[in-house]
Design a binder for this molecule. Structure first.
Ligand code: PHE
Length: 450
């Protein structure tokens, strides 16, 4: 029996759902810090160039694949080409999605536990030591991280049981605006603190001397991760797009809005960090030590802390469901397993394998010292996804659309069957897809290994 496919209902909900996949932990614990460390506005310019010349072309290519075939990532790739080699894209995308979820859901679990902690007053009057020990317990306990990871996955599963319109669309339509409002409130509070200017300077002061090849590599990696390309999330979501959605337009708006959200997150965090004389750090340290500490010291901080972790949890959950949806539709369409069952099976797979990531996320965790290729399982997942799967898949996808898919089909998708007057833009885009983006990915990929 052919499974009846749902669609998003309008261009607005398409935009919000797509943006909700892009916005996630990457905006809050990666982008602001990497920007601050790598030359502020200078890095932002490089990042935007990477987005324009590589990220967007890959994103739009994924949209073309998704909307043309209206299938899960594996089915979509198999349909769009009969070239055997390219079929592996579907498999790499599925692997990338699983490996990304193994470690992403660990951090989503930590964020959930921090929402709970902020609500129950754990952070009242904390000091640097207590902040460190709270995070130490959160990440090294044998049971709690696995439990919170499971709760996060279960939440995602419950949303997805409700389907594309009733689950993904309803949730993202309601929560994306709330998320942005909460973020603006936090940013406003942070930039009005005494001494906040230093933090704003850290974030945007342009320093072109800091830009070298390693900065360009991290900008490209970030562009892939931020735009959720290479995993199958965007192919899957675009398989639900309306026929009249303007793909180039949606991709550009998503990239811009996502960058704005990242900058807002930076404005919510760094001015406060500097105002309290703290060191800007990245990743876990920034989100789980510094943030509770600064909020506990500021007037009205308790409520802001709750707001901040809530908005982080919302962003992380919406990004997570865009990953879960990839494997769920693969199960329903390719393996013919009913949606509810597919959700349960996948939650189990990810929580079981993901628990190894949960126990190895901290070097002091119970599996923290079990190394595979010199890395903990958590770091190995991150390494495989960011350095191997995403760039390779991005490259294959762009080559596929540039050289192996019927040009008419590509143009029809981009011009909505010639109803849009955008021939010039399409021409430029196809030029970038064929000649610029692949060359850049190859150069940067090789450089990252040398
Ligand atoms: N874009 C998400 C973030 O910034 C992460 C993500 C990557 C989500 C790939 C889906 C697919 O956190």
């Amino acid at each position: 029996m052919e499974h009846k496919r749902e669609k998003f209902s309008s261009s607005l909900t398409v935009f919000l759902a797509t943006l909700s996949s892009a916005v996630g932990l990457g905006n809050i614990w990666m982008f602001p810090y990497i920007t601050g460390k790598n030359g502020g506005a200078a890095f932002i310019i490089i990042y935007l160039l990477c987005v324009t010349l590589v990220g967007l072309p890959v994103l739009i290519s994924e949209f073309i694949i998704g909307r043309t075939t209206r299938k899960n990532v594996y089915g979509a790739i198999s349909r769009i080409t009969d070239k055997k080699g390219f079929k592996s894209i579907g498999i790499i995308a599925l692997l990338a999605t699983y490996f990304l979820m193994f470690f992403y859901t660990v951090v989503v679990g930590w964020v959930y536990s921090y929402v709970f902690k902020s609500l129950t007053g754990t952070f009242n009057g904390i000091t640097l030591e207590t902040a460190n020990s709270i995070f130490y317990n959160t990440s090294t306990n044998i049971i709690l991280p696995i439990l919170w990871q499971f709760i996060a996955l279960l939440t995602g599963g419950i949303i997805l049981v409700l389907g594309v319109k009733g689950g993904i669309e309803k949730l993202t339509k309601t929560l994306m605006p709330v998320l942005v409002i909460l973020l603006i409130i936090c940013a406003f509070r942070s930039i009005t603190l005494p001494g906040a200017l230093e933090g704003i300077k850290f974030l945007i002061n342009p320093d072109f001397l800091k830009v070298d090849i390693s900065v360009i590599i991290s900008a490209l990696g970030l562009a892939f991760f931020k735009l959720s390309v290479g995993t199958g999330s965007m192919i899957t979501y675009s398989s639900y797009y309306t026929d009249d959605n303007r793909l180039i337009n949606t991709a550009s708006k998503v990239a811009i809005a996502d960058t704005v959200v990242s900058l807002l997150a930076g404005l919510a965090i760094f001015p406060a960090v500097f105002s309290f004389g703290m060191e800007p750090s990245s990743g876990p340290g920034l989100l789980f030590n510094t943030v509770p500490l600064i909020f506990s010291q500021m007037p009205g901080g308790k409520i802001l802390c709750i707001m901040f972790f809530m908005l982080t949890a919302m962003a992380a959950t919406m990004a997570m469901i865009s990953l879960l949806e990839v494997v769920i539709v693969f199960f329903t369409e390719e393996l013919k397993i009913e949606r509810k069952k597919a959700i349960i099976i996948n939650i189990l797979i990810i929580s079981i394998l993901g628990s190894f990531a949960a126990l190895s996320a901290s070097s002091e965790g119970s599996l923290g010292n079990k190394l595979i290729f010199g890395m903990s399982f958590f770091n190995l997942c991150d390494f495989l996804v960011s350095n191997i799967f995403l760039p390779i898949n991005g490259l294959l996808i762009i080559l596929l659309i540039g050289y192996f898919v019927n040009k008419k089909c590509v143009c029809n998708q981009l011009s909505n069957n010639e109803t849009l007057n955008n021939k010039k833009v399409i021409g430029i885009l196809i030029f970038i897809i064929k000649y610029i983006a692949p060359v850049l990915i190859i150069i940067i990929f090789l450089k990252s290994f040398i």
